[in-house]
Design a binder for this molecule. Structure first.
Ligand SMILES: [Mg+2]
Length: 338
């Protein structure tokens, strides 16, 4: 094990901030007890933290270290997109076993640095420790115009429910990884990408917040069924979703299996980091069917009655149960899903 100072120096080298205006507003960065950041009066800060743990969220012997670093920051940042904030700074708490402090760490940091560049994130500080497994804890800070953050609790009866992108792709990617389809096989790369390198929908979240179009919003980390339940619970409403409208992942012929159902992947798979949001009906015309090439799909409506209903293509209605990810319902380890 290298000493902590060397480890921190390596982290600083890989993730150090530039010297732009936003770097200057980071008055005190990594190396002191706490970061000091000077916000502006017109802005609110959005702050969130997220854990990414070996054998719970990823398998260190299966998932490439670069993808672990990338995804750790991307999924944490998705929570900022979910309130309409622009990503600004992050703090990295990293615990590692000895054998992950050399090549693994280098690749992990380069993956995280790539995500930081793409997401506009600057490292502000963190902590390191030695531990038998890899444990990554990220605190992320974003900015949103005062009073414009979109919460989970603003959905009202009659609002329309929209989702970005395609759902179920991340879970399909996980199935591919589990089935040990060779990651180097170019045919499967695009199916692995949503699982290994998710893209938080920052631009869409910002647009919805700045234009005040969405009444409620969440990112789909646990699965549509579970995350829609979170919006409904926070808002004191229910929802009706049309199964035929859900933008489900297309399972390629070569991968079709009886137990792999694209609707189930989309409803309960999670890890997609798309945005699920509600829009008052009279504002819906502003949305269209895409935002900068990202598909937007109307999948249902908010109802007064506090239950989740799935309308099937046959016309039959059934209760939509929240069967997405719940760390305390699913045992970790062997059933690790991410
Ligand atoms: Mg979230």
């Amino acid at each position: 094990m290298k000493d902590e100072r060397l480890l921190i120096e390596q982290i600083v080298r890989a993730l150090s901030a530039g010297t732009g205006a936003r770097s200057r507003r980071l008055r005190l960065g990594i190396g002191d007890d706490a970061a000091v950041i000077r916000p502006t009066p017109e802005m609110d800060w959005a702050v969130s933290c997220d854990q990414f743990l070996e054998d719970v969220h990823f398998l260190a012997n299966v998932h490439a270290p670069g993808s672990v670093g990338y995804k750790a920051l991307a999924r944490a940042t998705s929570d900022l997109a979910a309130v309409g904030a622009a990503p600004r700074y992050f703090l990295l708490s990293l615990a590692l076993p000895d054998e992950r402090t050399s090549a693994w760490l280098r690749l992990f940091l380069s993956g995280m640095a790539r995500a930081a560049r793409q997401l506009g994130m600057i490292l502000a500080g963190g902590d390191t420790s030695r531990f038998p497994k890899v444990a990554i804890n990220l605190t992320v800070i974003g900015e949103v115009e005062s009073h414009r953050a979109i919460t989970r609790s603003g959905a009202r009866s009659g609002d329309l429910i929209f989702v970005s992108g395609t759902l179920g792709g991340a879970r399909l990617g996980l199935e591919l990884v589990r089935a040990a389809h060779p990651a180097r096989d170019a045919r499967w790369q695009r199916f692995l990408k949503p699982h290994l390198y998710p893209q938080p929908r920052i631009g869409l979240g910002r647009w919805l917040a700045q234009r005040q179009l969405a009444s409620a919003m969440i990112d789909i980390s646990d699965g549509l069924s579970t995350d829609l339940g979170h919006i409904c619970e926070a808002s004191g409403v229910g929802a009706r979703v049309w199964s035929s409208k859900i933008p489900v992942v297309r399972i390629p012929r070569a991968l079709r299996r009886e137990d792999l159902d694209s609707l189930a992947l989309a409803l309960h798979g999670g890890d997609d980091y798309e945005l699920l949001f509600t829009v008052p009906a009279k504002q819906a015309h502003v949305l269209g069917t895409a935002f900068k090439g990202l598909r937007l799909t109307r999948i249902g409506e908010i109802t007064k009655e506090k239950r989740l209903v799935l309308c099937e293509a046959s016309g039959r209605e059934r209760q939509l149960k929240p069967l997405g990810w719940d760390p305390f319902r699913t045992s970790a380890g062997a059933r690790s899903r991410r």
